[in-house]
Design a binder for this molecule. Structure first.
Ligand code: AMP
Length: 180
């Protein structure tokens, strides 16, 4: 199934040059999400990172990063039989939150998670579409750790190997279905 996921990504993710700004090649996953076989294959491929050799889930929850991490992470949580937790941009979540700010190429961003979304000791799988500089995953790890939970792994559709994402996320196990 992972081979099918790789083939679906190669066939259905569209490179969009100079979006959203000059010099960036945006990975547009909309055609992949719209293809039922492709979507099933990548959800299965991502869920693999949250299973042991017998296929049993090794995590207590899936954490998805706004916004494409929601689209991919929720079906991965269903496939693993665990719940889904949203990490959102600042100001979107009601009630008490933890917040972590991190640097972007220009400026900074803040991500939040609800304080009661995870319990101490829980192990989570982070899901997102693309690992670029790694800042988003590193900030999400910090948020998860503020709740007392820990990140067991990171499952991604694509890793951009010309950017320092792996180095930024340090010792976290990262599973990317495709490296470009
Ligand atoms: P980074 O924090 O630099 O690793 O960026 C990762 C976040 O930005 C992810 O949530 C991605 O959805 C998004 N992202 C970064 N680069 C791209 C790209 N080339 N195409 C699509 N999404 C991207």
């Amino acid at each position: 199934m992972t081979e099918q996921a790789r083939a679906a990504i190669a066939r259905l993710v569209v490179d969009v040059p100079d979006f959203p700004e000059p010099g960036v090649v945006f990975k547009d996953i909309a055609p992949l999400l719209a293809d039922p076989d492709g979507l099933a294959a990548v959800v299965d491929g991502l869920a693999h990172a949250g299973r042991d050799a017998e296929g049993a889930p090794t995590v207590d929850a899936v954490v998805g990063i706004e916004a494409r991490g929601f689209l991919l992470g929720t079906p991965v949580a269903l496939a693993l039989g665990v719940g889904f937790v949203a990490v959102r941009k600042a100001g979107k979540l009601p009630r008490s939150t933890h917040a972590v700010s991190y640097d972007l190429e220009y400026g900074s961003a803040t991500l939040e998670v609800q304080q009661d979304a995870l319990r101490p000791g829980q192990r989570v799988l982070l899901v997102d579409d693309v690992l670029a500089t790694g800042g988003t995953v590193a900030a999400t790890r910090e948020l998860v750790e503020r709740t007392g939970a820990s990140v067991a792994g990171v499952a991604l559709l694509m890793e951009l190997s010309f950017l320092p994402g792996r180095a930024t996320v340090g010792d976290l196990p990262v599973s990317a279905l495709v490296t470009v």
